[in-house]
Design a protein around this ligand. Structure first.
Ligand code: HEC
Length: 489
């Protein structure tokens, strides 16, 4: 049996900034596997490190402060909170990434104590600040890669319909990928030679008009780990990536180039390649935990009830990959920067397809290699395989936004995505990532389920009509979805 040693072994050495050109050179001279592991380790160090002022952590809030838990649109002098660029949403809140991602272990979710308050519209009105609970960082390559494949399918379906509209004048197409319905497009030809087509996107379901699936953020508003990371680094840590602000000091703390392009690549690769959440049943089958026969029966009964009550209409249990290789930068349009937010060309920083850092989501994860009693090595970090031998992810989301009703709604709609609209939360690892829901209001899984309304009303009603013992089984199924960390690597 693998021994579990205490988890937080923190790096104490200052990580050197990662040079993207050097990373690319390593790809060429030492090969993809070496470059991947180097990026992964560098990302690991960056997530654990407590940055200091000399490295540019924090921001010039005003009133002599470097950090604030409360958005300060009132501090609006040149160089103060409200004058930073890009426009601040909140913070700076912390000096390290894992300060906020640590429950129940490093890279996990966060308690309500580390919730962040955001005021993207700079209203200065605390009654309409949005509150956000921390999400876990495990295996983020899985949702990004699935999103890439779904978008690629939707682009193909749209493009084919455009050809049809050019010939027939008008057509509609039902968009579908990996068993999920993404709504309809109606295409009407407006001129013949050359053909030009007008697209009515009002029938789309839960996704944006650009058909780019955005798996990150509670509202589903970021397509890539990279984009989410540089945004969070700026807002939560006051670390401004050079690809975000160029060589300017956008948060007026006297430091420029606070995160290099290579740093953001390393952080991206690290989170993409972290081990995936597991199940208790899986762990018991490997002899790593004890699970009684009745616990196992309850979990399986709960899984069936989870489907019967309609939970799976949003929390899609499994999706398979066509190609489980993650690449940074990605090759799928919508999932790489043709130019960085600061206007520069990624290629000039050494970030390009030729030297993309790649790894296989179905086998290359460095973490969670576990020595079993019989001496064999079990790799718990990788995506599983289905009956046809295809890599498959049990991520429990349809990657769509849904209206969750007025009780769960945000007090305001500064992003324009709808106050009550939320991305179907992945349930991978959900048993270990409480408190739950976007603001951490649910202290139990039962509360989280009971709070579902809006589009989830039918399912919630079905859940409420179950007997208490049936409800307990659904909760047992959710608790079965957990996180396991082996430090025996
Ligand atoms: C209409 C789509 C939909 C249906 C149906 C649905 N959910 Fe959800 N679920 C969501 C969304 C969206 C969220 C995130 C809501 C939020 O944070 O405000 C969520 C969040 C959750 C969470 C909290 C996850 C976390 O990490 O905080 C749990 C647990 C959950 N759902 C379980 C269920 C169960 C069990 C059912 C069936 C009884 C169900 N859901 C049915 C869309 C749905």
């Amino acid at each position: 049996m693998a021994s579990l040693t205490p988890v937080a072994v923190l790096a104490d050495e200052e990580p050197a900034p990662v040079d993207q050109h050097e990373l690319s050179q390593m790809m060429q001279s030492e090969g993809a596997a070496k470059a991947f592991l180097w990026a992964f380790d560098a990302g690991d160090e960056l997530t654990e490190f407590s940055f200091d002022a000399a490295r540019g952590v924090g921001a010039n809030i005003g009133e002599g402060r470097r950090f604030t838990r409360v958005p300060r649109a009132d501090l609006a002098d040149p160089s103060e909170w409200a004058s930073h660029f890009p426009k601040r949403e909140g913070g700076a809140n912390a000096t390290s990434f894992i300060a906020c991602h640590n429950a129940p272990i490093a890279n996990g979710a966060g308690d309500v104590a580390v919730n962040v308050l955001v005021d993207p519209a700079h209203t200065g009105d605390p009654t309409i600040y949005l509150e956000r609970n921390t999400l876990p960082l495990f295996a983020l390559g899985i949702p990004q890669r699935l999103a890439e494949e779904i978008s690629a399918d939707l682009y193909r379906q749209r493009d084919a319909a455009q050809q049809v509209a050019c010939i027939s004048g008008r057509t509609s197409v039902q968009l579908e990928s990996k068993g999920v319905d993404y709504g309809t497009l109606i295409l009407t030809r407006v001129s013949k030679d050359p053909c030009s087509v007008e697209t009515d996107s009002s029938g789309l379901s839960g996704i944006d008009r650009d058909l780019v699936i955005k798996p990150f953020g509670w509202k589903g508003n970021h397509a890539t780990i990279r984009a989410f990371t540089r945004n969070a680094a700026h807002n939560e840590l006051g670390l401004q990536a050079v690809e975000l602000v160029g060589d300017q000091d956008g948060d007026f703390d006297g430091v420029v180039n606070e995160l290099t392009v290579g740093d953001v690549t390393a952080l991206t690769i690290y989170m993409a390649a972290l081990e995936r959440p597991v199940t208790k049943i899986e762990l018991a089958d490997l002899g790593l935990i004890d699970l009684s026969g009745s616990e196992r029966t309850d979990i399986l009964a709960g899984e069936a009830l989870f489907a019967q009550t309609g939970c799976t209409s949003c929390h899609t249990p499994a999706m398979s990959f066509r190609e489980a290789v993650f690449k940074e930068p990605s090759e799928t349009p919508g999932f790489f920067d043709s130019s960085f937010p600061d206007g520069t060309d990624p290629n000039n920083h050494g970030l390009n397809n030729v030297n993309a850092i790649t790894f296989n989501l179905a086998g290359d994860q460095p973490n969670n290699r576990i020595k079993l009693l019989d001496g064999s090595i079990q790799h718990l970090g990788a995506a599983q395989q289905n009956a046809e031998g295809k890599p498959v992810a049990r991520w429990y989301t349809d990657f769509k936004r849904h209206d969750m009703g007025s009780d769960l709604a945000d007090p305001d709609n500064p992003l324009g995505l709808g106050a009550s609209m939320f991305l179907t939360r992945s349930l991978a690892g959900v048993g270990a990532t409480g408190p739950w829901l976007h603001d951490g209001r649910a202290t139990t899984l039962q509360e989280a389920i009971m709070s579902h309304a809006g589009e989830a009303s039918d399912s919630t009603t079905a859940y409420k009509h179950l007997s208490e013992s049936e409800q307990t089984k659904i909760v047992a199924f959710l608790k079965n979805l957990t996180i396991y960390k082996s430090l025996e690597e």
